[in-house]
Design a binder for this molecule. Structure first.
Ligand code: GLU
Length: 324
């Protein structure tokens, strides 16, 4: 009796496994949602929209971008975490949602190391501190002197509480001893709008979203986070050059899904994205924003997310950074 039920339990397991893999082979057979956990106009949105259409062509099903902003990206990332692990609800993985916010926010509703399936890192992007043209300084030395002379007079815009813009600027503040107040937005898009309109004098942003405003003279770049000076901004020093290496970290933009995504599905998406990135027109669009194309494996991206989370955790602990 006991033996029979064991056999039938084993038989059932085999049937379920077989149908699971048949199902995964048929993937995708409907529209895939790619969620952006920030408002339109930010770098997450830019990278997602560069990838979505060609990825849809490669996958044989449309990939639609959906913005779900709030909480420094945590609202959208939590929705992706709770989605069915079927490959039809994917999300953009950003430094803010997978490293910075998990490191600083004790109330975050997910465990970044266990609640997601990392799929691929699409691009690495430099970051920039930029000011409105009415700001009295146009270079890093003048910027620092102006802020030191006037503690509390200025504020800065970021893509959201606990995000990379917030955390890196707080790190920069604690290393330089200046004080500027933080104004969080629902993404870099609205943060840029207010900075360009002159309502906030300073912004910490990822380069792709800020670059068009810098090129048109509506923002003045002060300092960048990048391994070396950027071809797009040859006169702007890196944080490393001004003696602030810990702030000299880039951002990443990738794709993840909820935990337990079947391997076949993960492989199909990651191979699909890699194929898209091999298209010179797509990689040119990404490079033109000042970003570097990455396209690594799911295992590499998982290791990178973990490493980045650990870097931010250390920064938060060492600098005793706290959410306001
Ligand atoms: N700063 C965010 C990040 O790198 C993205 C902001 C946005 O796309 O609006 O994670």
């Amino acid at each position: 009796m006991k033996r029979r039920s064991l056999v039938s339990a084993a038989g059932l397991a085999v049937t379920v496994l077989a149908s699971g893999s048949v199902w995964a082979q048929a993937y995708p057979n409907k529209t895939i949602k790619l969620q952006v956990p920030f408002a339109p106009g930010g770098t997450t949105d830019i990278v997602a929209r560069v990838i979505a259409e060609p990825l849809g062509k490669v996958m044989g099903q449309s990939v639609i971008v959906e913005n779900k902003a709030g909480g420094g990206g945590v609202v959208g990332a939590s929705e992706t975490m709770r989605a069915a692990p079927d490959g039809y609800s994917l999300g953009m993985a950003t430094v803010s949602t997978t490293a910075a916010n998990p490191a600083i926010n004790p109330k975050i509703p997910y465990n970044v190391l266990t609640d997601f399936t990392p799929i691929i890192n699409i691009a690495a992007t430099p970051n920039v501190i930029a000011v409105h043209p009415s700001f009295p300084a146009k270079d890093y030395a003048g910027f620092l002197a102006e802020l030191k002379k006037n503690p509390g007079k200025y504020s800065y815009a970021s893509s959201g509480t606990g995000g990379i813009g917030h955390l890196q600027t707080e790190l920069w503040k604690s290393l330089t001893g200046v004080f500027i107040a933080h104004i969080p937005y629902r993404g870099a898009g609205p943060a840029l709008n207010d900075t360009v309109a002159g309502q906030v004098p300073i912004i910490f942003d990822n380069l792709p979203s800020a670059l068009p405003f810098i090129r048109s003279g509506r923002l003045v770049p002060i300092v960048v986070a990048a391994p070396q000076r950027l071809a797009q901004l040859p006169n702007v020093p890196t944080f490393k050059e001004v003696g602030l290496e810990p702030v000299n970290r880039m951002a990443y933009y990738g794709i993840l899904g909820p935990k337990n995504l079947p391997k076949e599905v993960v492989d199909k998406i990651s191979e699909g994205v890699r194929k898209v990135l091999q298209d010179p027109a797509v990689s040119k669009r990404i490079n033109d924003t000042g970003s570097l194309v990455v396209g690594n494996s799911p295992q590499e991206f998982a290791a990178q997310m973990k490493a980045e989370f650990e870097v931010y955790k250390k920064v938060v602990d060492q600098q005793k950074l706290k959410l306001d």
